[in-house]
Design a protein around this ligand. Structure first.
Ligand SMILES: [Zn+2]
Length: 195
């Protein structure tokens, strides 16, 4: 089921997510809804706060990135097959060079900016069956995880921008809060009822 995505300015996007247990109410339905909602909006990741839940849960499917140019065949294959649910994630280590990538966010439609992040992460998390894993990721997969992980820490990609860039997008962010954004998926806006 497709559910509304909470827009920039919604307080839940600023909450630090709580850890959950396997008994969290309707968890498998929530996860299924998050995938439906992400695919419907052509996103590569979606975090629980973006659907109004302040919990440490996010889903990723990097398949849409797999046909980007300037990737090796191996990278394309990795991106094509990477679909993963992350529960109670904790990034243990971020390392390697900082590299820039033009990021966007389903909660912040029509805003795209270069964000600099470390190239490699070590992350501990549980999958949807609460099997605990520790894994190392790099490149675009690490990038998407870092973006979604920020969401469960109450951080948005726009927080990483320079003061100048933040000033330049201020009006766009205000428009999103006021509901003056019109992506082709359902959203819930901070200063506007329903839609
Ligand atoms: Zn996002």
């Amino acid at each position: 089921m497709i559910i509304p995505i909470y827009g920039y300015g919604e307080p839940v996007l600023r909450q630090v997510g709580e850890e959950i247990t396997p008994n969290y109410p309707n968890l498998s339905a929530i996860i299924a809804n998050m995938y439906d909602t992400m695919y419907n909006a052509y996103g590569v990741g979606l975090a629980a706060p973006q659907v109004g839940l302040p919990i440490r849960l996010f889903v990723i499917d990097t398949e849409p990135f797999s046909d980007s140019d300037n990737l090796t065949k191996e990278e394309q294959q990795q991106l094509k097959n990477f679909k993963q649910t992350f529960i109670n994630a904790k990034i243990l280590k971020e390392e390697g060079e900082l590299w820039g990538f033009n990021e966007g966010c389903l909660s912040i439609p029509d805003v795209r900016e270069d964000v600099y992040r470390n190239e490699r992460i070590t992350i501990e998390y549980c999958d949807e069956n609460f099997n605990k894993k520790t894994e190392v990721f790099d490149g675009l997969i690490a990038r998407v995880i870092q973006h979604e992980y920020d969401h469960i820490e109450g951080i948005l990609f726009t927080d990483h921008l320079t003061i100048l860039k933040k000033t330049l997008i201020k009006k766009k962010l205000q428009n999103i809060m006021d509901g003056k954004a019109f992506p082709d998926y359902r959203m819930k806006f901070a200063n506007k009822k329903g839609r």
